[in-house]
Design a protein around this ligand. Structure first.
Ligand code: NAI
Ligand code: AKG
Length: 537
């Protein structure tokens, strides 16, 4: 990732209405030169026409960030979503282009949970319908007999941030709560006082069902006609998560058939949904995607994404990544010191082979094995791919690009580090070759390459290196030194290693100048020199 200072203007394009208080951190930022452009309500083609020089795109849920938008955005580094759901962003396209996507997962949880409870209560007591009748001058007390929430069973499908908050509030209404989430453990269910259940068990037992999952291929149409068929007659349905989790046609049919007594919807498959057949049914109450529309939530999500933008440009890391492993700050701090080493080892290997890498084995040994090493693997892959992808490869897309070219990535952890506190060993396998390099961080002394193939070395992974394989015979070292001197290449350090006397040996030299292809040929022609490679780190 990049870090920036005031020397470069960063164009931040705000494409959806965001809280002015929420973007205050961006407005008052002094160290970065932020050019904030607010231009909302654009049609896709209008956004495409304006996005070429945008570095950061900020959206809520109205703007759809398509592949076409991403491809037109030649300078885009970061997309900020002021909210939770990122189904309006083409994540695959963003990842492919190395664009980091961040969201604000916590800022609107309360508001969405409160809205869900408001919708459930309104549904149970027909509040919107009764209000409409009264507004039209009719005092009708017979048509709107509701049901109590107390002692009813609420089924919560998707028990993440919002699902849990809904459950807390429903328990306050003395409801019994059943919950389904693939990650819900027995202990957590017990701790929260809910009954852990399957979706089917919820369908059979619940009086009210509310969904709080993201919209994913697995959750699209999660509640469909088969599920409605299992439900109690008179069940009530709430969706304040995403249109499409509940199949809209099947819901319509279930309401018309009298199976479902009513539905409260904040979200629709296609928004804005002003002309939807569900809205023609008197049993349906709806709001236009207002779950997060509170002053507090809007300020909070905008502050969160604004802070992440600033953090990204100042430190190269973010707090809420969507398309990178999300690692808590404390845990990230443990692996950050190894980032550069991992990248250099990857880069080293990319320069010792000319063949495409089919498989990479990354071994993390010692203390480093206790940490989340996924970012280290990304850095190693970034180093490995940068020879061919230049600065198009970054932490976001390194793994994606590697997998796209069919590379098999294997991570291995072990506690024994052969005398080092931590050791990272990377092996690459091509059609005809296998190469290995290992590195460590020496306390107070920084990164070191400590092993190349089978040879023990001690080299600072920096600058211009010469990696030479030779037959272990007297004179080889002297001949190399003399030839380099002839070419006016100054040797800074030299390491030699060998597996056995008279066998193959290696020399690792750091030199002060770039070694040209022509110079390499001269060295390679020397007696007992088998192979010479120039490596720039
Ligand atoms: N109406 C609105 O304005 C708002 C809507 N939302 C939406 O609410 C939803 C939930 O948001 P959060 O609770 O913040 O997200 P979250 O990520 O904290 O929770 C989602 C939960 O769904 C679970 N899940 C994933 N696949 C599942 C499956 N197949 N079956 C059951 N559970 C599954 C996950 O394990 C996770 O625990 C999202 O779709 C989000 O976009 C969020 C805020 C406002
Ligand atoms: O921006 C909004 O108001 C929509 C919020 C939302 O749906 C989300 O955060 O997932």
């Amino acid at each position: 990732m990049t870090t920036a200072t005031k020397t470069r203007t960063i164009n931040v394009f705000i494409a959806d209405p965001l809280s002015e208080d929420g973007i205050f951190p961006l407005r008052q930022e002094q160290d970065l030169d932020l050019n904030i452009i607010v231009d909302t309500g654009l049609a896709p083609e209008e956004l495409i026409a304006k996005i070429a020089n945008v570095d950061v795109l900020l959206v809520r849920s109205q703007t759809t960030v398509t592949r076409e938008v991403i491809e037109a955005a030649k300078s885009l580094k970061l997309i900020g979503r002021a909210g939770v759901g990122v189904d309006n962003i083409d994540l695959a396209a963003a990842t492919e282009h190395g664009i980091i996507v961040v969201n604000a997962p916590d800022g609107n949880t309360n508001s969405a949970a409160e809205h869900t409870i408001a919708m459930m209560t309104s549904l149970a007591r027909h509040i919107p319908q009764a209000f409409n009748t009264l507004k039209n001058g009719k005092w009708d007390r017979k048509s709107f007999v509701g049901v109590e929430l107390k002692n009813k069973t609420l089924g919560v499908v998707g028990f993440g941030r919002i699902g849990v908050e809904v459950a807390y509030r429903a328990k306050g209404q003395r409801m019994n709560v059943m919950a389904y989430d693939p990650f819900l453990t027995d202990e957590r269910a017990k701790e929260l006082g809910v009954t852990k259940a399957t979706v089917e068990e919820i369908c059979v037992a619940a009086d009210f069902i509310t969904v709080h999952t993201p919209l994913l291929p697995e959750t699209r149409n999660l509640i469909n006609k088969d599920k409605f068929a299992m439900m109690k007659d008179g069940v009530r349905i709430i969706n304040c998560a995403r249109g499409g989790i509940i199949n809209e046609d099947d819901l319509y049919d279930a309401i018309v058939a009298g199976k479902v007594a009513g539905a409260a919807l904040d979200v629709f498959v296609s928004e804005p949904a002003t002309d939807h057949k569900l809205l023609t049914l008197p049993q349906v109450i709806a709001t236009p995607h207002l779950g997060a529309s509170t002053i507090e939530a809007q300020e909070s999500v905008a502050v969160d994404v604004s802070n992440d933008i600033i953090k990204f440009y100042k430190t190269g890391t973010v707090t809420n990544p969507v398309n990178m492993p999300s690692i808590p700050k404390e845990l990230l701090a443990q692996v950050e010191p190894f980032f550069e080493l991992a990248e250099k080892l990857g880069s080293f290997l990319s320069q010792v082979t000319t063949e495409p890498v089919k498989e990479i084995n990354l071994s993390y040994a010692g203390e480093v094995a206790n940490y989340d090493v996924r970012p280290l693997t990304s850095n190693a892959l970034k180093g490995l791919l940068s020879k061919n992808h230049g600065n198009h490869v970054n932490d976001v897309n390194a793994r994606y690009l590697s997998e796209r070219i069919g590379m098999k990535i294997n991570e291995h952890k072990t506690t024994t580090a052969k005398g080092f506190t931590s050791l990272i060993t990377i092996e690459i396998i091509t059609a005809n070759e296998t190469h290995t390099v290992a590195g460590t961080l020496l306390n107070g002394l920084g990164a070191r390459i400590v092993k190349v193939e089978d040879y023990v070395v001690d080299v600072i992974p920096q600058g211009h290196l010469l990696y030479i394989k030779n037959t272990d015979k007297p004179g080889a070292i002297g001949r190399v030194a003399t030839k380099l001197a002839e070419k006016e290449i100054n040797i800074a350090t030299m390491q030699v290693g060998r597996a056995q006397v008279g066998g193959t040996a290696v020399m690792m030299l750091t030199v002060d100048n770039v070694v040209t292809e022509e110079d390499l040929v001269f060295v390679a022609q020397l007696e007992n020199i088998d192979e010479v490679k120039a490596i720039n780190l």
